[in-house]
Design a protein around this ligand. Structure first.
Ligand code: NIG
Length: 386
């Protein structure tokens, strides 16, 4: 087995328990995993040596909220929003029509292109969802396409009741035959709990059906108003509740006393002009937060985790450390991958070699030089990408 020594790391943000930041560090990769981490001066010999020349290194981003399986775009809707129109869930129908008209190969091709785009910006672990098929055949196709491209797949048949379909019939489909058809490809179930999509009781019904089928739970909650999605997610022990723009004090308390991760989506908030979630209050209360791109053609057409990290620091009141943690190890919590042999979002001996090196001496540059491409190199499972 060949080994690779990466040296010349000026600042290593490992996110490991025993020393999150190391100066003048090196690490050794063997068989897709990290075999050694420590001061460059003590580095062992290896078959290959890569000197990154005094740059910063950190775990690859863990992007736990994307909707990459779609066709078409919604630039016109975005332009109308920038001219003052409010985002409405109904826009999803536009993407549903385009997605149904696309072939599975086209859906996989588009999603894979977006994944490559994300990886070029440091993302090494990615979740994606169904949710633009919304009929048995198209959701199943979407689930297969998602599984071909992503590390973790979430079933979002309950994204919207499609046009022309009876509500009760659709819920029966989502919790019955559609769930059975997508089950081989997915690990989580999700529902859009919001005015214009699904109410709390409908969301509960969908999530409980998913749980009975062995899936983990997620919720799109409190994006456009006080939908009750956050409280339901906590009550059901969901892995995450995503968006969280509109929170009452009781929502913050509920999150703080739970293990449910509040996944915040700053790029979406800018693109929909919703208020940012109260990230500072969530952290100060002791809640777990993650940052994700929410890449989708409607509300957040970006794959850029650096953009989300910069926004979280510059506009949401997070420190650099908090934002980087929320986009790596904090995010891993939202997909049950913080611990164990296949943990992501941290760099530790024996763990997966998923890392990024920056064209900068420190992680502060994500916010200090916002909008500047800073990714110098990415390794995923020990293999240099790009
Ligand atoms: O997470 N909020 C619900 N779903 C997506 C947007 C879907 C769309 O408008 O296409 C989101 O923002």
């Amino acid at each position: 087995m060949t080994t690779e020594l990466i040296t010349g790391i000026r600042e290593l943000t490992s996110q490991a328990d025993d020393g999150p930041r190391l100066r003048d560090a090196a690490l050794v990769i063997e068989d897709g995993r990290i075999a050694w981490i420590g001061p460059a001066a003590d580095a062992p010999a290896a078959d290959r040596r890569t000197d990154v020349g005094g740059r910063a290194a950190l775990p690859g981003w863990v992007d736990t909220h994307t909707h990459l399986v779609f066709a078409g775009d919604r630039a016109a809707e975005f332009e109308a929003r920038m001219a003052g129109r409010r985002y409405e869930a109904g826009g999803i129908n536009t993407t549903v029509r385009a997605t149904r008209a696309a072939t599975e190969e086209q859906l996989i091709g588009n999603a894979a292109r977006l994944r490559r785009e994300a990886e070029a910006q440091g993302t090494t672990f990615l979740e994606t969802k169904t949710g633009y098929g919304l009929d048995l055949e198209s959701e199943t196709r979407s689930a297969r396409a998602a599984a071909a491209v992503a590390d973790v797949v979430t079933y979002l048949g309950a994204h919207l009741v499609p046009q022309g379909v009876d509500r009760r019939d659709y819920l029966d489909l989502v919790t019955g035959p559609m769930l059975a058809a997508v089950a081989p490809y997915v690990q989580y179930i999700d529902a859009f709990c919001e005015a214009g999509a699904f109410d709390v009781e409908e969301t509960r019904e969908v999530l409980l059906a998913g749980r009975a089928a062995g899936l983990g739970l997620r919720v799109h909650g409190n994006q456009l108003g006080f939908s009750g999605g956050v409280r339901l997610a906590v009550e059901l022990g969901a892995a995450s509740v995503d968006h969280c723009n509109h929170l009452e004090a009781a929502d913050i308390d509920a999150l703080a006393s739970s293990s449910t991760v509040a996944t915040l989506l700053p790029a979406c908030d800018l693109s929909t002009r919703e208020p940012f979630p109260p990230a500072r209050r969530l952290l100060d209360a002791g809640a777990n937060i993650a940052l994700a791109t929410n890449c989708n053609p409607g509300t957040s057409y970006t794959t850029s985790m650096p953009y989300c990290v910069a926004t979280a620091v510059l506009q949401m009141g997070l420190t650099i450390e908090e934002a980087v943690f929320a986009a790596t190890r904090g995010a891993a919590r939202a997909v049950g991958r913080e611990h164990g042999p296949d943990a992501v979002g941290s760099l530790r001996v024996g763990g997966l070699a998923d890392l990024q090196v920056l064209d900068a001496p420190s992680v502060a540059h994500f916010a200090y030089r916002p909008g500047v491409p800073l990714t110098a190199a990415v390794w995923r499972r020990g293999v240099r990408r790009g």
